[in-house]
Design a protein around this ligand. Structure first.
Ligand SMILES: NC(=O)c1ccc[n+]([C@@H]2O[C@H](COP(=O)([O-])OP(=O)(O)OC[C@H]3O[C@@H](n4cnc5c(N)ncnc54)[C@H](OP(=O)(O)O)[C@@H]3O)[C@@H](O)[C@H]2O)c1
Length: 328
């Protein structure tokens, strides 16, 4: 039986396709404008909405890099700070400097989170029990000393990463959040990483630990929202620090000061499809949005690019190790 296609059918199909194309274009224009708004214009929640002047900020990994910068910027905004990390001498010095510079109260707890000791978490719970904690920054983190395949990863490094990145974050939150619930306000900022959102070979344990935090943080955000507590996963690409081993800033790699300034100004600001995840630094936001929306890359391509990048970093790190060994 011959099928006859009438001109009117063709016209109808053309009109349908034109409407579909138009709707698709409008959708993308909207997505693009929403991203521009979130990255460059929208301001985050006010820090004061989490607690009055004189309330406390608790910061883990507060003696260096991004955590130290959170301590300085939150103290500058009038929050007292409880500094928690490993090295007592660094904490003592930072505490004194903050008190002198910003006229705030400081306390510190020197704890090695890799040890996962019950008594350390009891100390944290005891210390926060009489404080009005407005902001908790779960910043402490450890990555691999250098990129390494999972099967070559030493057991201690593997366990340290899980204890520091995951267990410490969970246990500190269990110590601090009940007080926030009682006061019906507060913010919990969990330090994420792009390695947690895009699987990163040769950093398998670190990448998975941050992925764990991402899922946990979003679920926590949903559970604590009805109690008036705001929870963000703070997503980051490279930032200059001891951990990243990058010293020079660039358009894509801010220093901790610029990163934390952005992070504190963008609490609760999300790119589309990423509720609960803030990517506060502008160039990180652009990269993240492009990766998710424009590149059209499948997981295999993203993982492949990540893998060759970290294979290259490993090669360079091994060469440096060799050079350093020869010098000794
Ligand atoms: N830098 C980046 O490019 C980047 C990118 C994405 C995500 N992040 C995340 O950002 C967070 C901070 O990283 P960073 O680059 O600022 O690191 P960093 O400069 O190396 O500082 C790490 C902080 O954590 C403390 N710490 C390390 N191990 C500890 C332990 N076992 N117990 C208690 N405290 C310990 C350190 O204390 P001591 O001073 O005593 O050693 C220091 O205060 C991490 O969660 C990291 O995963 C960083």
């Amino acid at each position: 039986m011959a099928i006859t296609i009438k001109t009117s059918h063709i016209r109808l199909a053309k009109t349908g396709l034109a409407y579909l194309g138009g709707a698709f274009a409008l959708y993308w224009i909207f997505q693009f404008l929403a991203a521009i708004f979130a990255i460059f214009i929208k301001r985050g929640k006010s820090l004061r909405s989490f607690g009055p002047k004189g309330s406390w900020a608790v910061i883990t990994g507060a003696s260096d890099g991004i955590g130290k910068e959170y301590a300085y910027q939150l103290a500058a905004k009038g929050f007292n700070v409880l500094l928690i990390s490993r090295t007592q001498s660094k904490l003592e010095e930072i505490g004194k400097d903050l008190e002198a510079k910003y006229n705030v109260k400081t306390e510190y707890l020197a704890i090695d989170f890799a040890a996962n000791r019950d008594e350390d978490y009891k100390k944290i719970a005891a210390s926060v029990s009489d404080k009005d904690v407005a902001i908790l920054v779960n910043n402490v983190g450890k990555s691999h000393d250098m990129p390494v395949t999972f099967l070559e990863t030493e057991e201690k490094e593997m366990l340290d990463i899980i204890n520091i990145n995951c267990i410490a974050t969970l246990r500190v939150t269990q110590a601090v959040a009940p007080g926030m619930i009682a006061r019906k306000r507060g913010a919990i900022l969990n330090m994420g990483s792009v390695a947690g959102l895009t699987p990163t070979p040769l950093l398998a344990t670190y990448s998975a630990s941050k992925s764990f935090l991402a899922t946990w943080s979003i679920t926590l955000a949903s559970e604590l929202k009805p109690h008036g507590i705001h929870v963000d996963l703070v997503n980051s690409y490279f930032v200059t620090s001891a951990m990243s081993k990058i010293r020079r800033t660039s358009i894509t790699t801010p220093n901790p000061k610029a990163f934390v300034q952005a992070a504190l100004g963008k609490i609760g600001v999300y790119l589309t499809h990423t509720w609960g995840i803030s990517t506060p630094y502008w160039s990180h936001g652009v990269m993240h949005w492009a990766l998710e929306n424009l590149a059209g890359l499948g997981t295999a391509t993203v993982v492949g690019v990540n893998k060759s990048m970290h294979q290259d970093i490993r090669k360079r790190a091994l060469k440096k190790k060799e050079r350093d060994a020869k010098k000794q």
